[in-house]
Ligand binder design. Sequence first.
Ligand code: 3SL
Length: 245
Amino acid sequence: MSDLATIDVYFSVHGFQEEDVKGKTVVIIDVLRASSSIIQALQNGANKIIPVEDLATAGRIAQTMETADFLLCGEKDGIKIEGYHLGNSPLEYTEESIKGKTLIFNTTNGTKAIKKAALAKQIYIGTFLNMSSIVHMIQQCSDQVVLICSGWRGKQSLEDTLCAGTILNALGASNQPQILKDGAKIAFALFQQYGDSVVDTIFHSDHANRLKDLVSEDDISFCSTSNTHDVLPAMKDGIITFNHD
Ligand code: 3SL
């Protein structure tokens, strides 16, 4: 990353305004589980992903497409939406289930954060799974960078903030404190506290505890692993694909 650029972190969908990201490069982080599912889906051959903020928009988009071409995907409060093809478990996004399909993706916080960041110059999707790809992208970037943690219903979440702090650490945050805005300093401090125990910390987070009653713990294990996916999902004109360059 250029020495002149700054990097900031916001902690929930409600924690930033549309104008805060205007003209900046943004990474949307939703470790549990929307960003992890998007990364897994693209790695396993989804054609493209259309994030939406609500049921009505998802339905409208679906009506414009051939039935064989799309899947309605997502959750409300962690549970697969009635009538949808897939929920929000990254483990559902196998090659067999999604290869070549357009995924219309609708989640409680993650896809709302993506849509709210529409004024950004560029939007990427990042988690622990594709940490190296995200870090490499930021290292090449001369824009101001904003890491947006999706959080949960307007509140911060430990796993997303820890992911942001881990990205900052990989960028060498301790050697260039002048590029860190206050949000980035907070996320990096969280990394300094919990960075040695990422998996354990995620397993004891509020959101993991909420999910344990609803989904397999395999989801949480999967989303807690680092650098397993060599994918940099990027959004252009409302559509997320593998690579736009
Ligand atoms: O809020 C979201 O976007 C989801 O990732 C939440 S959940 O993990 O599916 O509950």
